[in-house]
Design a protein around this ligand. Structure first.
Ligand code: AMP
Length: 223
């Protein structure tokens, strides 16, 4: 973690509880059999989605991150793309939101509960695809928000109610200005590729967004 990431973490009021260490530990690996997804305590709906995706065993970062995130702790993790990081935070996040799953059409029953910020449209779309894949057996709704496209369909989706918002910072702030999104019920914040967001000059945007979120929340930061 660099100094800037550190300042964002602190400005988020997030005393991060846990730093993930994905360094392989030969001794531990030799003694302990890797747990299965089932043993990580995931809900049957999530286990079905994992099986549908064709995954048989959790990756090291998933083994580390899933129980900690499920317990509600803040996490800071350094993990490359390709390590299974996205499922590592998406699965426990969905597990935490599962108690709100509702088939009601009323927007009031689907306030934004989780906000996932990513630096680019491509990344936001990838993360959103993971959310869709892993939440397919749960009545939780999600939306992907990014710039460079007509804002109106995004406004329409937000007005219908979405528990999970995956967004790039700039367009999310456009929605704040349009009053099409409310953060009152946000319980989990994820900053994905946080280092890249800082490199791309998103600090002021991120600080503005963080200032609008409830102080009482879980914060997950990946770089
Ligand atoms: P990520 O590091 O999150 O970008 O994930 C990289 C790729 O690994 C994605 O295509 C995932 O679908 C896949 N993946 C994630 N978790 C697992 C797993 N436990 N077993 C097999 N593939 C996985």
């Amino acid at each position: 973690m660099n100094a800037t990431t550190d300042s964002i973490a602190h400005s988020a009021d997030a005393a991060l509880d846990t730093t993930l260490d994905t360094t392989p530990d030969a001794t531990l690996a030799a003694v302990l059999p890797a747990p299965t997804f089932d043993q990580l305590g995931l809900l049957p709906e999530l286990l079905r989605a994992i099986t549908d995706a064709g995954y048989t065993t959790p990756t090291p970062i998933q083994i580390q991150a899933i129980p900690i995130i499920m317990s509600g702790k803040d996490v800071m993790g350094g993990a490359q793309t390709g390590t299974g990081k996205t499922a590592g935070f998406t699965l426990p996040l969905l597990q935490r939101l599962a108690r709100y799953a509702s088939s009601s059409p009323s927007p009031a029953r689907h306030p934004v509960r989780a906000l996932i910020l990513a630096p680019t449209r491509e990344l936001a779309m990838q993360v959103h695809q993971s959310v869709v894949t892993y939440s397919k057996h749960l009545p939780l709704r999600s939306v992907c928000i990014y710039g460079g496209v007509d804002i109106r369909p995004q406004i329409a989706e937000l007005r219908e109610g979405r528990e999970i918002v995956v967004a790039t910072p700039g367009r999310l702030l456009d929605h704040v200005q349009q009053k099409s999104v409310s953060f009152n019920a946000v319980e989990v914040l994820v900053l994905d590729e946080a280092d890249r967001m800082l490199d791309m000059g998103f600090i002021p945007d991120i600080k503005r967004i963080l200032a609008m979120l409830p102080k009482e929340r879980q914060s997950l930061l990946f770089s």
